[in-house]
Design a protein around this ligand. Structure first.
Ligand code: P6P
Length: 340
């Protein structure tokens, strides 16, 4: 494989083709999916950038100044992705956080051999206060017979993903993806409308600097989770305390920890017994990325990528980031390390 540096001028399209060429049996369908996702990301970035001006903020159901039905930005982002992906002939079905059921490929369009699952705009409640938000996506091969994709094709463990990634709409727009050959970051150059390679072969530091957790739920945490947080904060176990950084936008918190080292923790608690974050289109894709970058992702009891999904929108507890901090979570939540 060609080794690129952050100063190489490599578009995402060229990088995808170079990766595809490593596999003589590749048909180009997965590359096509990634191209289309990059296009959708540019379109969403354009909407997010001007949201405050284009009067597409706020909740659905209200009218904007022109009297048009106001569209929530995440509904709009969902439509952008569906419309960009549903006619390429590479997918046999999609699933979105915004839609209760799987999204079939319209009649008249060829069905392909992949399914796409996505959260079109995670953290969209942060848009109104100009906090970074993101798109998260996961691609798996169809495993059932028949033309159209089914729920069974979606309910595969995350280790079966063939591609995964996210887009962060922050101070710059970045797309980070993996197909199992490392995790690579591309930054959108708005002057030419191209994603350019800026972070080749991302590696997360083994030991973190940051802790991302919403500790307003502390009263609902188990004793083991409370012990874990005391370790993260340097109050037990002798570790250096982690700096707390919590944006409340998963992609923003994950991306910072991926580049600088850290752990994002969303434990299960009495009010959210299975956690809050979604397994199929939030935890799984980010877990694929972080493992490719040398990190870990766990439910606190097992590897995220080994969880067998039972429902499309099922939730999971999530500990994801630097290896040392996630393995500490596994040890403490398994009762191997008890409170001092
Ligand atoms: P809490 C945003 O609503 C989101 O789904 C993630 O992006 C974020 O990490 C999490 O929820 C924040 O949840 O309970 O801390 O507000």
């Amino acid at each position: 494989m060609v080794r690129h540096t952050a100063t190489s001028v490599v578009t995402i399209e060229r990088f995808i083709i170079e990766q595809e060429r490593q596999f003589p049996e590749a048909t180009g369908e997965l590359s096509g999916i990634l191209y289309d996702i990059a296009l959708a990301a540019k379109m969403i970035a354009n909407k997010v950038r001007s949201a405050g001006l284009a009067d597409i903020l706020g909740a659905q159901g209200t009218d904007n100044v022109q009297g048009e039905a106001q569209q929530k930005l995440d509904v709009l982002s969902n439509e952008i992705i569906v419309k960009a992906m549903d006619h390429g002939g590479r997918l046999c079905a999609m699933a979105s956080e915004e839609e209760p059921d799987i999204i079939p490929i319209p009649e008249g369009f060829r069905c392909g051999k992949y399914v796409l699952l996505f959260d079109p705009l995670d953290g969209s409640s942060n848009i109104d206060v100009n906090v970074p938000v993101g798109t998260i996506f996961s691609v798996m091969r169809k495993i059932t017979n028949g033309r159209h994709g089914t729920l069974e094709d979606m309910l595969q463990p995350g280790r079966r993903q063939v591609a995964a990634g996210y887009v962060i709409y922050g101070s710059s727009t970045m797309l980070v993806y993996t197909t199992g050959q490392g995790a690579h970051g591309f930054t959108l150059d708005p002057s030419i409308g191209e994603f350019l390679l800026s972070h080749p072969d991302i590696k997360i530091p083994n030991t973190g600097k940051f802790l991302s957790v919403n500790d307003s739920y502390e009263q609902h945490w188990s004793d083991e989770v409370k012990t874990l947080m005391r370790h993260y904060r340097g109050l037990e176990g002798g570790s250096k305390p982690l700096s707390v950084r919590y944006v409340g936008s998963l992609v923003a918190d994950f991306h910072r920890n991926l580049l600088a080292g850290g752990v994002f923790a969303y434990p299960a608690h009495a009010k959210s017994p299975k956690g809050k974050l979604r397994l199929l289109y939030e935890a799984n894709p980010l877990a694929f990325i972080v493992e490719q970058a040398g990190g870990c992702a766990s439910t606190g009891h097992c590897r995220i990528l080994d969880v067998q999904p039972e429902e499309l929108h099922e939730r999971t507890p999530l500990y994801i980031g630097s290896k040392h901090e996630v393995e500490l979570a596994n040890d403490i939540l398994a009762g191997n390390v008890v409170a001092a």
